[in-house]
Design a protein. Sequence first.
Length: 160
Amino acid sequence: MTEPLREGLPPVIGDDARVLILGSFPSERSLVAGEYYANRRNQFWQLMAGLFDVGVDLPYQQRIDALTGHGVALWDVVHRCRRVGSMDAKIDRATLEVNDFGPLFGGHPGIQRIFVNGLTAFELFEAHVESELPAVRLPSSSGALPMSFADKLERWREAA
């Protein structure tokens, strides 16, 4: 049976966004919950706690409010695709459609930096998105990446 085309989440962005963090495409758990980084094994929210003192156990909307209060926006490179499970390697590249970044950048000229969460998201961004701003690749927040949390946090902190 062919997997259905799945559509990603809308951007989370405040009026004063200065930083855009991009993932590849939401996990199944995130799509079901309608929340970025809903899989507790993903270390994204722990990284945000280390960078911006965003409480990991706060309700989702409060975590989002804290991020946008720090000028941080979230989105994904991929708008729609077929994928079996949640792994980036399982994205069917033939069905991949990227998000339209023109309106986002045009509507938020304060965005000065783009950070990309992981190699797949970075490669997709570089291949499919035109941007005047360079993208900085950060280690994936996925718990599957064989890198210690302390090393990930250090790399994310250096970039921020």
